[in-house]
Write a protein that binds this ligand. Structure first.
Ligand SMILES: Cc1ncc(COP(=O)(O)O)c(C=O)c1O
Length: 389
């Protein structure tokens, strides 16, 4: 294992800043729009299904290593219903302890020490740590404001003899960008041409306001080289249950499962029954997730713009990236450290998601997966910041 890299990743700013901001939120009584978890639980009938499973003795003992059959079947049905993908619930689906474990197990299974892993920054904080734990070398390709589009020339130039895989995340946290079919097709062509694997983190697949979600595994030549990852956390608003999943070929899933076996073996037995029920909810449920969030996105984008931020309107996820330069010559980190005292709101300095710190120096991320009244309160507090025009 590459200890120096691992230590660097684990001691990264992100790990400490999330904790610092959460503590600041409590200490100052701020509205916390930092970490991305909803303040409302998912559907009551799904919570009841979990309680029923516990009370009727389903899943209270170790479930099967790959996940219970009902959930594997529901995941396969979901992939077919939304994307026309055919996956075999027996061997091509693995239930994990959230997408977090799926990402870790996939990287540990597929990356050899010294392999290069290309990821689009800014990136979700577990990527750097997991690449390092696998002994890999992360190679960032920067998504740049205002559009945060993948730069295909930069991607092409980043590929070397040592590149093993590309780590994708669309809809993308923290920028809210959604990769288009054309962009994903170009990435897929590069992956095929250079015989690369792709790990595709799709946890925000149902949180889309414009465009379409295209699973990269659905593109030509990609099924056999893609580890598709998703999770119940965001889609069903039960982030504490930690039910995620991997789909892919039998070879890929079995490699990931071998690692998973020694990370957690199994988890969340009764919750697996409940999520099997949740995945079968009607289309209307899935439509309502995006529709409700779209209203909150508009409320927050308009409010943040009115408060003086430069706002990058997201096409997906429940995050908004902003630029704080209208407020003067202050870094995102300083800005976020002062914000709880000056306005009673907590946000995250986006620099923690970058290797290339220059690109994220003046960016700040707000989460809007909160009740409307909480967002309205945050906006009314932020109004005190309004810079002179
Ligand atoms: C991009 C991304 N991937 C994965 C995860 C983790 O998902 P889970 O809670 O299912 O482990 C998150 C959670 O914030 C995320 O934003």
């Amino acid at each position: 294992m590459n200890r120096p890299l691992l230590n660097r990743a684990l001691a990264g700013l992100g790990t400490t800043i999330f904790a610092e901001m959460s503590e600041l939120a409590v200490a100052t009584g701020s509205v916390n729009l930092g970490q991305g978890f909803p303040d409302t639980d998912g559907p009551a009938e799904i919570a009841r299904a979990a309680a029923d499973a516990i009370l009727t003795g389903r899943g209270n003992q170790y479930p099967p290593g790959a996940g219970i059959a009902e959930l594997r079947r529901a995941i396969a049905d979901h992939q077919h219903r939304f994307y026309g993908l055919t996956v075999d619930p027996d061997g091509e689906v693995l239930v994990t302890a959230g997408a977090t474990e799926a990402i870790a197990a996939a990287l540990l299974a597929l990356v050899e020490p010294g392999d290069e892993v290309i990821a689009f920054e800014p990136y979700y904080d577990s990527y750097a740590a997991c690449i390092a734990m696998a002994g890999g070398v992360r190679v960032p390709v920067t998504l740049r404001a205002p559009g945060f589009r993948p730069d295909l020339d930069e991607l092409r130039a980043a590929i070397t003899r040592r590149t093993r895989l590309i780590l994708l995340n669309s809809p993308h946290n923290p920028t809210g960008s959604v990769f288009t079919r054309a962009e994903l097709t170009a990435i897929a062509e590069l992956a095929c041409a250079h015989d690369l694997l792709v790990i595709s983190d799709e946890v925000y697949e149902h949180m889309l306001f414009t465009g379409e979600h295209v699973p990269v595994a659905s593109l030509p030549g990609m099924r056999e080289r893609t580890v598709s990852i998703s999770s119940a956390a965001k889609t069903f608003s039960f982030t504490g249950w930690k039910i995620g999943w991997v789909t892919g070929t039998k070879e890929i899933v079995s490699a990931v499962r071998t690692v998973k076996q020694f990370l957690t073996y199994v988890s969340g037995g009764p919750f697996q029954y409940a999520i099997a029920t949740a995945l079968a909810l009607p289309d209307e449920y899935y439509r309502s997730i995006a529709a409700t969030l779209a209203l909150k996105r508009d409320l927050m984008c308009d409010g943040l713009a009115a408060a003086g931020f430069d706002v990058y309107r997201p096409d997906g996820t429940f995050f908004i990236m902003t630029d704080i330069r209208p407020f003067g010559d202050v870094s995102g980190l300083e800005f976020c450290r002062k914000l709880p005292y000056e306005a009673g709101v907590v946000a995250i300095p986006s620099v923690v998601f970058y290797d290339n710190v220059d690109a994220g120096q003046f960016q700040v991320r707000f989460a809007f997966c909160k009740k409307e009244e909480v967002l309205t309160e945050a906006l009314s507090r932020l109004a005190v910041l309004r810079p002179p025009r």
